[in-house]
Design a protein around this ligand. Sequence first.
Ligand SMILES: [Zn+2]
Length: 88
Amino acid sequence: MRSPSSSTCAQHAGGAIEATGSAQTAVCAGCAAIYPYAAWASLSLVQRIDSAEIARLVRDWPSDVSIDVRRCARCGASIARKSPNEPA
Ligand SMILES: [Zn+2]
């Protein structure tokens, strides 16, 4: 398991997508839009699956990781991504 390192310089709102931190990005399955973590985190939340709920289905699931499902701003498809369990 890789630990989520708090990345620096991920706050650029420009057009260029950095190739470094691919683990920090989410890709829409509908339109292939690429969201850096900060952009994905700002999308509207559709559903949150709590870590305890996932742990019932997936063995060795870390207790501090849940899954957030958010709506793509371009095509409206749902994008699921692991999200640390932190109060927003
Ligand atoms: Zn999309």
